[in-house]
Design a protein around this ligand. Structure first.
Ligand SMILES: [Zn+2]
Length: 278
């Protein structure tokens, strides 16, 4: 058991040992049988991270990611559903917000876009062509060697739970213009349970778990003032303090919910703390 104190990537408060997850039931295709990760929890903001993943060399962490990725890609489609972002619902939410001028789809970047699935759906079904970037995966739309350009809307799906450094988070925020919006898809709740069987720990490369409180801290550090949550897209949109129509946003969201006769979007000054626990 690791008992040493670490420092929170989010708020810099001390983190203490929380629990250990041992992967005893990994598939034979993954050469990590018996892999064990020690999770630490921040006293102040509740952020939970694996010290084991953080302490890995870049090469070791890269090898772990490659093995997990190759295993996942080889799975039949029916077994992949668990952790895939709801792409169709994300595309619809983007189209609605774009049509209403709430996000700028003309200056959009999907960062950590993987194989560009969301961009493909946006192009084929909604006629919006968005730029993509992924540091690790070359695709039709992007080359990892070409640095991404800042955008008024930056999309980030399923990266927050993979970060081991503060620099990885800051590199994302640095791409959002000071009047822009950051769209996020991850699991964010009030309290990460001290439970090695928690569903979100299942992928061996999930090593960072954010909370409503830690996201509130990040928003303040990064200069975001308000957010909306799209329950069907399981995505947040964070608005920079310099976003030009911030004061009109609550009324725009209310009008959209009236139009669609359902709670398409939830607005809050600060971070929308939609999920409380699991
Ligand atoms: Zn913290």
């Amino acid at each position: 058991m690791m008992t040493d104190v670490t420092t929170c990537l989010i708020c810099a408060a001390p983190m203490r040992y929380y629990f250990t997850k041992t992967y005893n039931d990994l598939p034979a295709a993954l050469p990590y049988a018996g892999f064990s990760a020690d999770y630490h929890r921040c006293d102040a903001c509740g952020f939970v991270a694996s010290k084991t993943h953080q302490d890995m060399s870049d090469d070791a962490f890269g090898a772990l990611n490659n093995a997990a990725h190759a295993y996942f890609e080889a799975l039949p489609l029916a077994q992949r559903g668990f952790n895939q972002p709801p792409y169709a619902e994300q595309a619809l939410a983007l189209a609605i917000l774009g049509r209403n001028g709430i996000v700028d789809l003309g200056r959009t970047l999907d960062y950590a876009a993987g194989h560009g699935t969301l961009a493909g759906i946006m192009a084929r079904y909604f006629d919006h062509h968005i730029a993509t970037y992924d540091k690790y995966i070359a695709s039709d739309g992007h080359d990892p060697a070409r640095p991404p350009q800042p955008a008024r809307l930056v999309i980030n799906s399923a990266m927050f739970e993979h970060v081991t450094t503060r620099a990885a988070l800051d590199a994302l925020n640095d791409l959002v213009t000071s009047d822009g919006v950051l769209m996020l898809h991850s699991v964010i709740c009030d309290r990460v349970p001290a439970d090695p069987d928690w569903f979100y720990l299942r992928p061996i490369v999930h090593c960072a778990f954010h909370t409503n409180a830690s996201m509130e801290v990040l928003m303040q550090q990064w200069g975001y003032a308000a957010s909306i949550y799209a329950p069907k897209a399981k995505s947040w949109f964070l608005f920079k303090a310099g976003y030009p129509d911030l004061e009109h946003l609550p009324a725009q969201i209310a009008a959209l919910n009236t139009e669609f006769q359902t709670e398409m979007f939830i607005y809050k000054s600060g971070f929308v703390d939609f999920w409380k626990g699991f």
